[in-house]
Design a binder for this molecule. Structure first.
Ligand code: GUN
Length: 297
């Protein structure tokens, strides 16, 4: 069994982005600019946003974080997005989700210019991905990172492989299915209404778990020799570590699955580090396109 080392692979991606950023600056004078917008003070979102900003600076980008109060009006948020859309120094815009209930998430995310949509949430980028024009699209960061981990084991062409994606979210499940299909896998998208999920999973050479339910995928759901990509990040009680302690687990029961799988991503240290790395990749690509240095767009 191979444990897929997302931390090391993400570090390699970041090193490439840092090198290519220096080259872009030297050749064109353009410094990639990433603007992150966060509304309210959800603690998990604050942690994510801080680490996105730090990583962007480490890559040599200009990074700015716009912190808006939880009661900001939708009109004010849209006005900020419009300003960032119009600012030539800003190449990537990310509106951190979730947004407070009084703001329409769809209106806010769709307001971001598709050329600056480094989250890959805009209908234009979804359309390009679904049409199989992967190199033209900004692909959502988590499935893009999951694909790199999968390819580190199976290579680029997944012809002849069956894949199951468990979860149908717009951020992970649906784009993951599109990426697997573009790589020639035969894809099933499963979800909470899928009958006999365990049996469907047992037929798959590739399992991508993205449901947000701790350790739901058991070892006996895994076909011997399958590759397992665990996108879940769930905090559970860990009394064995002491009173009140918690730990992170994925959507897959790791200890059971690793005994059966050919390769599996751990949690933490699997897909997680790749998500931020792909945000940096997407932002660099946006800046390269703005400078006339990259295809697609
Ligand atoms: N919240 C949780 N994941 C994400 C993500 O990938 N992008 C944004 N914008 N918000 C998120």
């Amino acid at each position: 069994m191979t444990k897929i080392d997302g931390k090391t692979i993400a570090e390699k991606v970041i090193a490439d982005v840092t090198r290519d950023t220096a080259e872009l600056k030297a050749q064109t004078g353009v410094t990639p600019g990433l603007s992150v917008v966060i509304v309210g003070d959800d603690p998990a979102s604050q942690v994510y946003v801080a680490s996105k900003g730090r990583k962007a600076e480490a890559c040599g980008f200009n990074a700015e974080t716009h912190r808006l109060p939880a009661d900001v009006s939708e009109a004010d948020l849209i006005a900020l997005i419009d300003r960032l859309n119009a600012d030539p120094a800003v190449h990537g815009i990310l509106v951190q989700l979730p947004l407070p209930d009084h703001i329409d998430e769809r209106r806010a995310t769709q307001r971001v210019d598709a050329a600056k949509d480094v989250d890959g949430f805009s209908y234009i980028n979804i359309g390009k991905l679904t049409a199989g024009h992967v190199d033209d699209a900004f692909v959502p960061c988590t499935p893009a990172g999951a694909m790199i981990l999968l390819r580190s084991v199976l290579g680029d062409d997944l012809s002849g492989k069956t894949a199951i994606v468990i979860g149908r979210s717009n951020i992970v499940g649906k784009p993951m299915g599109a990426l697997l299909l573009a790589a020639n896998a035969t894809v099933t998208t499963a979800h909470s209404r899928t009958p006999d999920l365990a049996a469907a999973c047992r037929r798959a050479d590739i399992v991508v778990a993205a449901v947000g339910r701790p350790q739901m995928v058991r070892g006996d759901w895994i076909k011997p020799g399958a590759v397992v990509i665990d996108v879940g990040v769930n905090r559970i009680d860990a009394p064995e570590r002491g009173e009140g302690k918690t730990r992170l687990v994925g959507d897959v029961a790791f200890d059971e699955a690793e005994a059966v799988a050919a390769a599996i991503t751990p949690v933490p240290g699997g897909v997680g580090p790749m998500t931020i790395a792909m945000l940096m990749t997407n932002t660099l690509t946006a800046a390269q396109r703005a400078a006339g240095r990259a295809g697609g767009g």
